[in-house]
Design a protein around this ligand. Structure first.
Ligand code: SF4
Length: 359
């Protein structure tokens, strides 16, 4: 694909591609890469190259960020949770969310696909179906827009926006390397998190990437097969036993802590026996941290949002079972930026009117 997006490459990859493709001027590739990644600018002219070299650089490599369509914020005591909508080259849109983590630290929740084919019933993105995978540069671009256009001081990146990250494994694995690249963005693996609904093939492939300090979290949401199959169709293909066995075998490092995400749906998955079932599921998984996420109703709610006493009661049951639990306070509900609220189910219809570009 030409011109090739620079932000879809690591520093070393750009240097190698420039040597391969450019007859001259490739010696500044590493500096050009840092200019793109760290300052958001691509200007070969500033590195003392002649007009011919600059024009060759521009014909072979590009740097164009997606159009920023909207930015909406929801204030809470920790700061503003802000959702941005980006329009890609082919007209499709993706959403990313900047989440305050306290003490001036922010996490960017990025999308890996436009839509999603997993069909989780509590999720707006699931209602869109899968429109297409994002390329590596489109994933990285979300961070570059956040930092360079909006000035957000992002420290951590979590793949928990639109899409199932491990369903787009090649691009997500490459994006992780670009984000982690010490000669570029240099986001430490311990500040990167992949979240999955339990894509077991993807988890096995992730283990082979050798990213030993990377974080992984799995969205459980029900610890009984019948209920989980209703809420999350992937469970009809990969039941809880197979998921549990796969996760038990995922040991990238000795002190690894698996994140287990549980969206609390009042009247659906919030009984004491649900809490016991979660503990039984987690028992063989080594160290886990249960992230309890109060349900955020979307455009077609499954149920209501839980009241704080209901959340506290459920957390108490989980702790009684010996599980470490962290409540993930609802952030961004009013601007549809909270977990499960990203996406635009009407995008599939709108897509018919758009030109087709290869993914
Ligand atoms: S929860 Fe995640 S995997 Fe499930 S439909 Fe939504 S985006 Fe896809």
């Amino acid at each position: 694909m030409f011109p090739e997006p620079i932000h879809g490459l690591t520093n070393a990859e750009l240097a190698a591609r420039a040597r391969e493709l450019l007859p001259r001027g490739h010696g500044v590739a590493r500096r050009i890469h840092r200019g793109v990644m760290l300052e958001g600018r691509f200007d070969p002219e500033s590195w003392g190259l002649g007009p011919k070299s600059c024009s060759e650089w521009r014909s072979r490599f590009s740097f164009a960020l997606p159009e920023l369509v909207t930015v909406k914020s929801d204030e809470n005591e920790q700061g503003a949770t802000t959702k941005m909508v980006l329009r890609l080259q082919d007209g499709l849109e993706v959403e990313s969310v900047c989440i305050p983590m306290g003490r001036g630290r922010y996490t960017l929740c990025v999308s890996s696909q436009v839509g999603c084919k997993m069909g989780c019933t509590f999720c707006e993105t699931g209602r869109m179906g899968l429109l297409r995978h994002l390329r590596t540069d489109e994933i990285v671009a979300q961070l570059l827009v956040a930092r360079h256009r909006l000035g957000w001081p992002i420290r951590n990146v979590v793949f928990m926006g639109m899409g199932e990250a491990l369903d787009n494994a090649d691009n997500v694995f490459h994006a992780l390397r670009v984000l982690n690249d010490e000669a570029g963005l240099a986001i430490g693996q311990e500040r990167l998190t992949v979240c999955t609904v339990g894509h077991v093939e993807g988890i096995r492939m992730l283990e082979q990437q050798g990213l030993k300090r990377l974080n992984l979290s799995v969205s459980l949401n029900a610890a009984r097969d019948s209920l989980r199959s209703e809420l999350m169709p992937i469970n009809r293909r990969t039941d809880l036993t197979e998921l549990q066995n796969t996760l038990a075998g995922y040991r990238p490092r000795r002190n690894f802590v698996l994140g287990v995400n549980y969206c609390l749906l009042p009247g659906i998955n919030d009984t004491q026996s649900d809490a016991r079932a979660i503990a039984a599921f987690c028992e063989p998984l080594g160290r886990v941290l249960l992230n309890l996420i109060p349900y955020n109703p979307g455009s077609q709610p499954l149920t209501r949002a839980p009241e704080e006493p209901e959340v506290e009661r459920f957390i108490g049951w989980l702790r009684d079972e010996g599980l470490p639990v962290r409540e993930r306070k609802a952030k961004g509900r009013t601007v549809m930026a909270a977990c499960g609220q990203l996406g635009n189910p009407s995008a599939r219809r709108a897509r018919k009117a758009l030109p087709t570009l290869s993914a």
